[in-house]
Each structure stands twice: as C-alpha cells, then as structure tokens.
Design a binder for this molecule. Sequence first.
Ligand SMILES: Cc1ncc(COP(=O)(O)O)c(C=O)c1O
Length: 399
Amino acid sequence: MHAGTEQRVRADLERFRAEGVYKRLNHLESPQGPRVRMEGRGEVLILSSNNYLGLSGAADVVAAGKQALDRFGAGTASVRFICGTFTIHRELERALAAFVGTEASLSSVSCWNANEGLFATLLGPDDIVISDQLNHASIIDAMRLAKAISKCETAVYRHSDMADLEAKLRAAQDRRTRIVVTDGIFSMEGDIAKLPDIVDLARRYDALVVMDDSHATGVLGQTGRGTAEHFGLLGQVDVITSTLGKALGGAAGGFAASSAAVCDFLTQRARPQLFSNALPCTVAGSALAAVRHLEARPELVLRLHQNARYFREQLLARGFKPLAGETPIIPVILGETAAAIRMSEMLLDEGVFVTGFGYPVVPQGEARVRCQVSAGHTRDDLDRALAAFDTVGRRLGLV
Ligand SMILES: Cc1ncc(COP(=O)(O)O)c(C=O)c1O
C-alpha cells in the first residue's frame, strides 16, 4: 500500500475511535430475524433491520432462492443486453410492476444502481431534477452524477416544504423536463412524503414525479404496495424506484418501475444496465417469492403497522421523545454522534441491537438511535426492548 495514503487512513481511523464515532461491525451467526445469534453475545433482539415483514427467513422465500440456484446456476455471468437476462428476471419484473401499480419494471443489482441509472439517462442539458433535502444518499449521488454526465440542472427543496418546492418548480418553467424526486418514507426520519401535494404540484407545473419507495415497499398501504397505496394514488407516480433488500426478502437488488417505454429506454441506455451484471437469479427467485408471499398475506402488513404503533406509543409513555410519525422507522434524537453510539452500545449490552446514526449519515448535532420494528416481533420482544430502553435511558439521564 502507498505509504502516505496508508498513514493518512490510519490516522483518520484513530481519530474516529478517539471521537467515539467509529462504527464497529457486529457479526451475526444466524439468519436475520427478530432474534439473532450475534458473535460473542449470544441471542440478541434486532430492532435495526429492514426485514420489515420477516420475509428474509420465510421458508418459501428461501426455497425459491435455492430452486433458482439449481435451475439457473450461481451467476448471470453477463450484463443484461449481452446474455445476462433470464426468464426469472422477466417474471420478477412483471410481478413487481403489478405490485407497485405500473406498466413495467426493470431490475438491477441494487436500488442505488436503479437511482444512479435514472436521472443521467432520462435527462439532458435542458432538464432539471428537484430533490427533497432529506432524500437518500443514492438520490443525492445520482443527481451529482447526472449533472456531470448529462449536464442537467439540479435543485433541492427544504424537507417536505411544498411552498419551497413550488418556488423551485416555478423557477424551472423554462426547462424541457422537470423531475421532482422524493423518498416515499424518509429513511432517517421515518416520516412519509407529502405525495398528494407533490403529485398535485407536479401536474400544475408539468413535472414528472420520481419516488424512491425503498422503505415503503411492503410497508405502507393496506396491502404493502407502498406510499402510493397509502395515499390512494396507485398509478399516479411516474417512476417508482425501490429495493429488494428490505421488506421484499432483504437480500439485495432494486428496480425502477414506470411505463414500458421508460423501462425500455433504461434498458437501452442506463449505464449500470449496460456495464454491470444482472441481478443474480437466486435473488430474483427469492424476491419473486417474497412478492407472492405478501400478495397472499396482507395481514403481515397490518401486524407491522400494529407493532410500529405500539412501540412508538410505549416509548412516549416511558418519557422518550421519538420523532412523530406512523411508520416502523422510529428515531430517538440524541444530539452528538458519540451519544448515539454510546446508547446503541449500552442497549446491546442489554441484548437489544439498535444502531446509532451520526454524521455524515445525518446532519451534525442530530445523531440518533433508529428503531425499526418488524411484523416478526412478538409483543414480548417489543416489551423486552422497551425494558432495555428504560434501563439505558435512566442511566443516561434521558428519562
Ligand atoms: C431510500 C433508499 N434508497 C435506496 C437505498 C439503497 O438500496 P440498495 O441497498 O438496494 O442499494 C436505500 C437503502 O438504505 C434507501 O433507504
């Protein structure tokens, strides 16, 4: 390794440790689930995973992955347009489109890639993308990339501030295409985009709506179809991107769902589609089974909603101040990064794994522990977690 770089990197790592912001990775020895076995700790309750519906361990989802492995082999060995497209990709893409309410969809190895491929492909120098300030990092980077590759303009509106969005749209009336992009559920806050207002503004200013529903797919709406279902707006969002790495099996992978023409255009031109391998068939098989599983069992979503409501209410009753909201993402703001990491470590000592998030994942001074409940948590699991919050909260003088 180049000596100067090695020295600089080591010094930075040392500083992270000294400042209490170093992230220690915890190794799991069992499948992901509400309760896991963690190396060196034994059984731990997980309140920090995106496995919202518990499907990563569902027998039919696991079996479908194995079947796809047997049928299609370990690797796609190619990008889509060369020879990396398999029949299971087509089946998955049809199922995903039907599920989120669009004409078509296109899978990719991650939602990060789906976002990265979108703006740079759809937009040109006469166009603009206008983004919520708290959108996910993959959207922020996708916009930076689009600006560099396709020379489009970019703008940011204050978080969920519709007056600011309208001002940005008004200022962009001379652009050929205006895209408004928002997360469905904001991953660090747990709040829901004001989709009805966004769709309305987009109509008035002749803009497209792109929504990253990664945390909302399988989570929002009575049957888990996401933010559009939650607001009764299925079919009203121009492009939905989402991940297969959370509620839909939790392995990896993502997709963009839109009209058949847009999906075809992305197939033709999106650089991650042209230069990066296709989604592994095992993952496609599991994700397809996850969609089918959820379609047959909408009661899972109801259980998730009930668990989220219970945990939020009980935190409040115990004197904690979780951010207001109605999703399974329940953040408790602590301030400094070191405080969030400290609380997370103390909770882990009590057998509850809740990750602390600090800068640069969230703004300076807004570090937090972020709880994520799942449909798989029993009432007893949630009560155990709450008891750990009580103990740690009292020790830290928070309650
Ligand atoms: C809103 C949002 N978009 C995109 C992603 C990235 O998804 P993937 O892991 O499929 O790249 C995430 C994951 O954290 C996310 O929360």
